[in-house]
Design a protein. Structure first.
Length: 404
């Protein structure tokens, strides 16, 4: 399928605005990174605790941040999810021993500030065995004839109901449990006397130690560098070494601009973002190789044309393919960015930026490098011409005198 047919755009003739834009973006990114002391790493790389909390109503982010900051040292980040009464709470900790303590403090602080009832068990944030232990004696005193196994099964059904969407860990009233098999009025009364349904539920907690974070960061950098080195070798072997250098420079350009934009927009770099960057590396390199392959084919046919004309022709011939692949992928990435929520925000932001930058770098960064190199090589040959091989003197023909 071709969107554009027989186009003859002079892409290389308009390369300078794009090159200047790239230089400005790189400078802005480096300035932002310098002012902020480097990228803003997520919990994956700097270590800390990450807690996903669901509330019965719209969560008060400012109150959550203030009460946690008073109890836990370091920066506390509270991020609300779109469309759901949920928050993602993260805290950075330098000491490995503080992680478990911070996790407990986060849960206790939330309980103290959001409807804790002294002497009763928080049902929404308790496990199965804790509920069983709390109900065992009250049910026996109420004359409910349940064996230990029957009690375990009953509580299992209640916990399953609580954790199933749309509740997702939150029961607002014990009366809504009456429809569960085995939950009699006596059981509901025992639960009301011994437990309370809190206003929030801790859905999951992730803890990463600082040492593990540093190791992950190192491995992420090495993975990116190894990928670039392998692609350089492959392209240099398949084409010429200058093609490999041009492609790797273009990919470095894409990666640095993307990281710079992450810093400018204060976005976190996590493991999912590294996955996006590696995806960007492969995507941009593939787009560049398609154009280089067409350049190589055209050079065999149009030997007498200058390289700029050949490259422009190759870009025009692959334009439909570039628009189709980049455009559709870009629309998918934009959808993820708009509707994927905060969990996928970093990944989708990296893809949106990377696709835009990677597409134009294949045309306006990698291809001009080939032209610059040829111009440099031609000037060098003109300055230092190769001396011609000496020609042997032809044997002198004997002179013929006129005979009288």
């Amino acid at each position: 399928m071709e969107i554009f047919k027989n186009t003859k755009y002079d892409f290389l003739g308009t390369k300078w605005p794009f090159i200047i834009a790239s230089v400005l973006l790189l400078i802005a990114g480096f300035i932002s990174l310098a002012l902020k002391g480097g990228p803003r790493y997520g919990i994956d790389f700097k270590g800390g605790a990450l807690m996903y909390v669901r509330f019965t109503t719209e969560p008060p982010a400012d109150k959550i941040r203030s009460v946690l900051s008073a109890k836990i040292p370091g920066e506390i980040t509270v991020q609300q999810t779109s469309g759901q009464p949920e928050v993602i709470i993260s805290t950075e900790l330098k000491d490995e021993k503080q992680l478990d303590q911070a996790r407990r403090q986060m849960a206790e602080t939330l309980a103290d500030n959001f409807g804790k009832v002294e002497g009763k068990l928080d049902f929404n944030n308790s496990g199965k065995q804790a509920v069983v232990d709390r109900l065992r004696d009250p049910l026996q005193k109420a004359g409910v004839p349940l064996s230990e196994q029957q009690l375990q099964d009953l509580v299992g059904r209640v916990i399953q109901y609580r954790d199933t969407p749309p509740r997702s860990g939150l029961v607002k009233s014990f009366d809504e449990l009456s429809g569960i098999q085995g939950v009699t009025p006596q059981v509901v009364a025992a639960m009301k006397s011994e437990m309370y349904p809190s206003q929030f539920a801790i859905r999951s907690v992730e803890v990463v130690g600082p040492k593990v974070g540093r190791e992950l960061r190192k491995q992420a950098v090495l993975a990116t560098l190894y990928a670039l080195a392998g692609m350089l070798v492959y392209i240099a072997f398949r084409f010429e070494w200058i093609y490999g250098v041009a492609a790797v420079i273009a990919v470095f350009h894409d990666t640095l601009i993307t990281v710079g934009l992450f810093s400018i927009f204060n976005e976190e770099i996590s493991l999912t973002v590294i996955a996006a960057l590696l995806t960007l590396v492969g995507y941009s390199m593939n787009d560049t190789i398609v154009i280089f392959d067409r350049i190589r084919e055209n050079l065999k046919v149009h030997r007498r044309e200058d390289l700029t004309t050949v490259i422009n022709g190759a870009i025009n011939q692959t334009l439909s393919r570039t628009i189709m692949t980049s455009g559709l992928t870009f629309l998918t990435a934009v959808s993820l960015f708009l509707f994927g929520g905060p969990v996928l925000r970093g990944f989708s932001f990296g893809l949106v930026v990377g696709i835009l930058v990677g597409t134009y770098s294949s045309i306006f960064v990698a291809s001009p490098i080939l032209v610059f190199w040829q111009d440099y090589s031609d000037k060098r040959r003109r300055r230092n011409p190769v001396p011609a091989a000496p020609v042997k003197d032809a044997p002198r023909r004997p002179s013929v005198k006129a005979v009288k």
